[in-house]
Design a protein around this ligand. Structure first.
Ligand SMILES: *[C@@H]1O[C@H](CO)[C@@H](O)[C@H](O)[C@H]1NC(C)=O
Ligand SMILES: *[C@@H]1O[C@H](CO)[C@@H](O)[C@H](O)[C@H]1NC(C)=O
Ligand SMILES: *[C@@H]1O[C@H](CO)[C@@H](O)[C@H](O)[C@H]1NC(C)=O
Ligand SMILES: *[C@@H]1O[C@H](CO)[C@@H](O)[C@H](O)[C@H]1NC(C)=O
Length: 454
């Protein structure tokens, strides 16, 4: 009797659980579409409800040459029949080449296949922003599923470019040109899910809002069970990214940032510093300790308020505060450190600023160290945002990336070669460099003079 009650209870429990969650999967290996077919079948066997395929990573120029785009229809057919056989939703990002006015035009599409293999949602945009062809871009979409979840369907760059829609679940595919420290794809997806506290299933991983990723990996498919109504887990897991995974990403041009070197001596006691750029001020409190002998690690305290480029094709408004590890100072700017480990321990970093808008993301890169949930805090009091960490090792970047949509420029130009920074600023930087060097020479002379007096 007891046993059967227990059994009934267990069954009800399982049934409830399966109604409250769905299973999301992501294919983690890159290959051609045919190589994904066995993985779609494997995901079907693992009872995955919705599977995201990897997005092509190739840069624009080489995409023009790959022939995969010539057989778009065949690829759609292949995925459709695999989705049908495996009986799950599949989302893919495909690139289609069309001939138009004697030119090739590339169009990117996010396609959603249902369990019957039907295409139930399409979100498409031209790859370049100048496109004349008959294929009109579609608006970002939403789609509903037979497991009762409505998803927002986005391309990766929409995470940066748009305000989040009022939904609990998102599927995100596509690729942008990553840059460390703030706008690298894999890291930004986790920060976005964190700040918006929504479920995000993407080629970069599966994130349950502010509780982070608890995905399990089965050979080449990563799976995770997510709450249908959005993240219900109270646990706050900071979106920390291992910088070694981002090693191949180019570093952002930080020459427009105001960067002040961290005062190592003062930081041993703990000290406050305010760094401002164009009326936007970041208040820092830093207390650090060395584990063993002091080593050559420089940190910079940085502030930025203005327009920056993004993904070669967009100019976006941003307000940013961060502590960076600097491998060196070049033109008053910090070239980002790529240390494997440091013996610096931050007993505390606290960053506070008054932002113009309410969309801010924590950006945290370490060389593999985790940050305990209780050692991390991000709090907003209207537009005043504070980010704090205690007892953190191996931090390379710790900061807040804020968006200021009002400064986004509508007319973006595709320009892969040039920098958006104008020459006036370049000259200003040179001038500062000159002053900086002069100042250093004066300081050295002064200190020699002092020594001689002793
Ligand atoms: C678009 O069309 C205009 C006028 O027909 C032409 O001048 C321009 O080169 C075309 N742009 C592209 C990218 O094909
Ligand atoms: C970091 O580690 C890799 C391999 O573990 C090594 O090849 C490289 O030299 C290290 N870099 C630094 C700066 O220590
Ligand atoms: C933010 O605004 C508050 C209230 O106006 C002010 O007291 C504080 O100093 C400001 N903080 C920064 C970092 O500008
Ligand atoms: C790209 O930028 C460079 C440098 O600013 C400029 O010389 C070039 O004309 C630009 N190209 C296009 C297509 O706008």
């Amino acid at each position: 009797m007891n046993f059967s009650f227990g059994f009934i209870f267990l069954c009800v429990g399982v049934a409830l659980a399966s109604e409250e969650t769905y299973r999301a999967g992501v294919v983690t290996t890159h290959g051609d579409v045919n190589s994904y077919v066995p993985l779609i079948h494997e995901a079907g066997k693992l009872n995955v409800d919705i599977l995201v395929l990897p997005s092509p990573q190739a840069p624009l120029s080489s995409m023009e040459r790959t022939c995969e785009m010539d057989n778009y229809d065949v690829l759609v057919e292949t995925i459709s029949s695999a989705a049908k056989q495996a009986g799950l939703y599949v989302v893919a990002h495909l690139i289609e080449k069309t001939r138009c006015q004697n030119k090739n035009e590339l169009v990117r599409s996010n396609l959603v296949f249902d369990r019957e293999g039907n295409v139930v949602s399409v979100y498409r945009k031209p790859l370049t922003t100048v496109a004349n062809c008959t294929i009109a871009p579609t608006n970002i979409g939403t789609f509903s599923t037979d497991f009762g979840v409505q998803f927002g369907l986005l391309m990766e760059e929409d995470l940066v470019l748009r305000k989040a829609e009022e939904l609990d679940n998102f599927v995100v595919l596509g690729a942008w040109s990553s840059e460390v420290p703030f706008l690298s794809e894999s890291q930004f997806a986790s920060s976005w899910a964190f700040s918006n506290n929504v479920n995000l299933v993407s080629s970069s991983g599966i994130f349950a809002g502010s509780s982070g990723s608890e995905a399990r990996t089965h050979s080449n498919v990563q799976i995770s069970d997510l709450d249908k109504l959005g993240n219900k887990n109270q646990q706050i897991v900071p979106p920390v990214v291992n910088s070694l995974e981002l090693k191949s990403s180019p570093a952002e041009d930080l020459s427009q940032y105001i960067i002040r070197p961290l005062d190592v001596a003062a930081s041993a006691q703990g000290y406050k510093e305010t760094v401002c750029h164009d009326g936007f001020c970041c208040e820092f409190y830093v207390k650090m300790a060395f584990d063993g002998p002091k080593e050559e690690v420089n940190y910079g305290l940085a502030a930025f308020n203005g327009v920056r480029h993004f993904d070669h094709t967009h100019n976006i408004g941003s307000q940013t505060c961060a502590v960076f590890a600097c491998a060196g100072l070049y033109k008053r700017s910090c070239s980002l450190g790529s240390q494997n480990s440091t013996n610096v321990k931050f007993q505390k970093i606290s960053i506070t600023a008054n932002f113009t808008e309410t969309i801010q993301y924590p950006i945290i890169l370490t060389t593999g160290s985790k940050i305990e949930p209780k050692a991390f805090k991000m709090a907003a009091n209207s537009k005043q945002v504070t980010l704090e960490v205690t007892n953190a090792d191996n931090l390379l970047t710790f900061g807040i990336f804020g968006r200021d949509f009002s400064k986004d420029s509508k007319n973006f130009v595709l320009n892969d070669s040039g920098s958006i920074y104008d020459t006036i600023n370049e000259e200003m930087t040179e001038l500062f460099d000159y002053l900086w060097i002069r100042l250093r020479v004066v300081l050295i002379i002064a200190s020699i003079y002092v020594l001689e007096m002793l």
